[in-house]
Design a protein around this ligand. Structure first.
Ligand SMILES: NC(=O)c1ccc[n+]([C@@H]2O[C@H](COP(=O)([O-])OP(=O)(O)OC[C@H]3O[C@@H](n4cnc5c(N)ncnc54)[C@H](O)[C@@H]3O)[C@@H](O)[C@H]2O)c1
Length: 258
């Protein structure tokens, strides 16, 4: 199957990593469904992309099965097939554990963990037909705990495990399920929650000594969705400048080298 005739659905595609991912698939010749809860930003992004023949904008909240099912049906009605689902839509509440309300906890889990489950169920029959792939966007916060991330980090840890659960079962259908765990990327989400002090802490903890770019995360996502990763499933690929690989000592070493 030529990559040029393939179709991807990217959730949370109105901006940030999701928008960069949609553009990456388009640049490889795929058609793309851009799904987002924020209809206004989505409409602007859709128009700016300027490829109406190969894109469809789908307004939906990934936490609601009926909205996601309608979106998948509209995408397949338009392009006739589905080859990749990228579960990228996510939300963050960064607060001390004991100040996080039950509503905040529930919403973060509903979007970040239930959302990918819901979208997987809606997309799986179509992906089984094309022997397609799912890529879930987890986070370094799903692998290592840190302050203020009781809901966010737990949702992402759950998503990393959901990736394995789904790989175990969907392999029988020929569908691969993987995840990308980004480190910090300068998107609207990060700007909202990363203070100057936290930015400095991140630099200290990252061997490559910088934030990642949306496009760098999109490359990893595209690789896992494409046939180049045809024997990879159940894997979470860290795309984090080396954050997950390290322990203490980076700032000290850097100081010595200077
Ligand atoms: N930026 C980072 O540093 C970073 C690091 C690790 C992981 N991530 C993950 O990458 C993904 C994308 O993050 P980003 O930084 O581009 O964020 P972002 O906030 O810039 O973009 C997220 C998009 O998802 C949409 N969205 C939110 N809730 C939704 C819902 N319920 N239904 C449909 N769409 C919804 C938003 O409207 C937005 O367009 C998220 O899953 C996030 O957790 C981001």
């Amino acid at each position: 199957m030529s990559e040029a005739a393939k179709v991807a659905l990217v959730t949370g595609a109105a901006r940030g990593i999701g928008l960069a991912t949609a553009k990456k698939f388009l640049s490889e010749g795929w058609s793309v469904g851009l799904l987002d809860i924020d209809g206004e930003t989505l409409a602007r992004a859709h128009e700016a992309i300027g490829a109406p023949g190969r894109t469809i904008a789908l307004v939906a909240d990934v936490a609601f099965p009926d909205q996601v099912e309608r979106s998948v049906a509209a995408l397949v009605a338009r392009f006739g097939r589905l080859d990749a689902l990228v579960n990228n839509a996510g939300t963050a509440v960064f607060k001390p554990a004991l100040e996080t309300t039950h509503e905040e906890w529930s919403r973060v889990l509903a979007v970040n963990l239930s959302g990918p489950f819901i979208a997987t169920k809606a997309a799986a029959p179509h992906l089984a037909r094309t022997r397609g792939a799912i890529v879930n966007i987890s986070s370094i916060s799903g692998a290592r705990a840190s302050t203020l991330r009781v809901a966010y980090g737990t949702s992402k840890a759950g998503l990393t495990h959901l990736t394995k659960q789904l790989a175990a079962e969907l392999g029988e259908l020929g569908v691969r399920v993987n995840a990308v765990a980004p480190g910090p990327v300068d998107t609207a989400m990060a700007k909202q929650v990363h203070s100057p002090a936290i930015r400095a802490d991140y630099h200290d903890a990252i061997p490559l000594n910088r934030y990642g770019l949306e496009e760098e995360i999109a490359e990893a996502i595209y690789f896992l969705a494409s046939d180049r990763a045809s024997y990879v499933t159940g894997h979470t690929l860290a795309c984090d400048g080396g954050f997950a690989a390290t322990g203490i000592g980076l700032p000290t070493l850097r100081g010595r080298g200077r």
